[in-house]
Write a new protein. Structure first.
Lengths: 83, 271
């Protein structure tokens, strides 16, 4: 067993464990919508499988947040700057 | 040196009374030029507080018109404004609060063709947008133009924000690129509690005023997140990445990018 900190909360996990497996273990709803840091270092998505966690690691999931809705990008809208 | 009128001394007395702000700090606020991108959920509280504070010039960018579904959180727009361009509706309110403020309106989308030209006119940029393509565009344009900015994002009961100054971590240091278009939350996962926009927007407004007055520490090299369900606030340390594609030592992004994003259409949403 190893103790790691995930989003500020201690977690006990069985090693070996890679980042992809930790994300699954934490039921992250949409892994595409999360950015991960291990010990304050950005973990590139392409390396999640290769990153093995160890005792004492600090992991943070940073979620993409927009504005609660998603609008289309309209290119042909009128442009006016004087009201 | 600005000569304060009696009325201004009275109007800004609660700032002037603050030992950390005083007349000098208020003068800095009155000389400030701030661009607020998005006159919606975040842009409403941000621009209302900046106008009230006496920020000299406020630019507003938004190509939308007020929709009744906006009124749940975009408190700068009133029921009578439905159908009006958001920048027009917002400008009216800002001038009603403080006629001393100069308000510039840009009734258009910010994209790669206009972002740098618009941003260059201002000292500080506030990201109050609701979509990732524009968030990355604002980040990249501010990094390229050497401008400080405040990032803001809200979703459901959560919010996040950080402040970027040249040389500190940027949005791409934390989120390398936009999520794939198919990965954005579906409607059932989206939505936002109206007051969350106010919570986050007022933090962004406070950061803006701190920047100009030089008071305290800004939210640089960290990401502040909160969950209103538990009212837990957390600050995650984030480092400036030397291999960041836009602010690193060998940037690979040398021009602005217009990303595409999938649309969440509530009308077609299966409950």
């Amino acid at each position: 067993m190893a103790k790691i900190i995930v989003n500020g909360e201690p977690q006990e996990v069985e090693l070996p464990l890679n980042l992809t497996a930790l994300i699954k273990l934490n039921n992250v709803e949409q892994p595409d919508m999360v950015s991960v840091q291990v010990n304050d270092e950005f973990a590139d998505r392409t390396e999640w499988d290769a990153i093995q966690l160890k005792d004492g690691d600090i992991v943070d999931f940073l979620y993409f947040m927009g504005g609660g809705q998603f609008i289309s990008i309209c290119k042909g809208c009128p442009k006016k700057t004087d009201f | 040196m600005i000569e304060f009128t009696e009325e201004q001394i009275h109007r800004y007395s609660r700032h002037i009374l603050l030992a950390d702000v005083g007349v000098e700090g208020q003068e800095k606020i009155m000389n400030a030029k701030v661009l607020v991108v998005g006159a919606g959920g975040l842009g409403a509280p941000v621009s209302l507080y900046l106008a009230a504070a006496g920020v000299g010039r406020i630019g507003l960018v938004d190509a939308d018109i007020v929709d009744i579904s906006n009124l749940q959180r975009q408190v700068i727009h009133f029921t009578k404004d439905v159908g009006t361009p958001k920048v027009k509706s917002a400008k009216e309110k800002l001038l009603a609060i403080n006629p001393d403020v100069k308000v510039d309106t840009y009734y258009e989308f910010l994209d790669s063709s206009n972002a740098l030209d618009i941003i260059r006119e201002y000292d500080f940029i506030v990201d109050g947008t609701d979509n990732f393509p524009v968030k990355f565009l604002i980040n990249d344009a501010c990094v390229m133009a050497g401008k400080p900015f405040s990032h803001g994002g809200i979703l459901r009961f959560n919010g996040q924000t950080f402040t970027h100054l040249p040389g500190t971590a940027c949005y791409r240091c934390m989120f390398k690129e936009p999520p794939p278009p198919g990965a954005v939350p579906t409607c059932s996962q989206a939505g936002v509690l109206g007051a969350i926009a106010g919570m986050l927007g007022t933090i962004q407004a406070a950061e803006t005023l701190k920047y100009f007055t030089g008071v305290g520490q800004l939210l640089t090299n960290c990401l502040l997140t909160f969950d209103a369900k538990t009212m837990q606030f957390r600050t995650v340390a984030v480092r400036h990445r030397d291999n960041c594609p836009v602010c690193g030592s060998n940037p690979t992004i040398d021009h602005l990018i217009d990303y595409e994003q999938a649309v969440c259409d509530l009308k077609n949403h299966e409950k």
